[in-house]
Design a protein around this ligand. Structure first.
Ligand SMILES: [Fe+2]
Length: 236
């Protein structure tokens, strides 16, 4: 793990950026994202007012599932990322994007990480799965080809996935949950939507600099939570 930087003091302008981003997600939060996300936001008391105090959020999160957010400088390399997941830690970028371009951040920032990921991690089953993901992936962090397969699984299952619910198709991926524009795109007719298929995910390359044109639709949460054994058995 890279050394954890000191907590960043967010300025008034940066807190305003948080508020504007939070407000932009209003419709998607209520109508387009899996309900566990809103439940997690409420449980962690993450609100529009300002960038939340991470220690306060962590006290609530650890009480619920044992997970905690840890400040990092930006994108966390897979080698340290998977070990962090195993240890119940989730990296939180200690900066917020440029207010001149709210829809884009070059690296995961506090809005993507804290707003997008931590609410899901307030759910016990989801958090247990995330920890198991880290446990299964960590032994392979020095084998780049295999590590890449786990990166693809994380990307397509936990950042940009959709899921069926009784109310209709909803966003499950945190990358979508933290981007109203990409949520709209993901739920439109534009991307190619595949059934959740581990062997397709294993070899499918992705780009981080454009909306995802290939998305996986998970039938039910148990399909996600039970996928690790099969994924590990199929390692190529
Ligand atoms: Fe993410």
């Amino acid at each position: 793990m890279t050394s954890s930087p000191s907590p960043h003091h967010f300025t008034a302008l940066e807190n305003e950026t948080w508020s504007r981003l939070f407000e932009r997600q209003h419709h998607s939060r209520l109508h387009q994202i899996h309900p566990m996300f809103n439940q997690g936001l409420k449980a962690l008391q993450i609100s529009e007012h300002c960038v939340p105090d991470l220690d306060t959020v962590n006290a609530r999160l650890m009480n619920l599932t044992g997970y905690k957010g840890v400040w990092v400088k930006g994108h966390e390399e897979p080698k340290s990322f998977f070990v962090m997941l195993k240890n119940g830690e989730f990296p939180i970028g200690n900066f917020i994007r440029d207010p001149a371009n709210l829809a884009y951040t070059p690296e995961p920032d506090v809005f993507h990480d804290l707003y997008g990921h931590l609410p899901f991690l307030a759910n016990t089953d989801y958090a247990n799965f995330m920890r198991a993901f880290g446990e299964v992936a960590s032994p392979f962090i020095h084998q780049p080809e295999i590590c890449r397969q786990f990166e693809r699984l994380f990307w397509f299952a936990l950042e940009f996935s959709l899921i069926k619910t009784p109310e209709g198709i909803r966003v499950l991926g945190a990358g979508l949950a933290s981007s109203t524009a990409e949520t709209r795109f993901a739920l439109s007719n534009e991307p190619k939507v595949h059934t959740f298929n581990l062997e397709k995910i294993r070899t499918l390359e992705f780009r981080i600099d454009e909306f995802q044109k290939q998305i996986f639709l998970i039938e039910q949460l148990s399909d996600l939570y039970q996928c690790l054994d099969a994924f590990k058995k199929g390692i190529q």
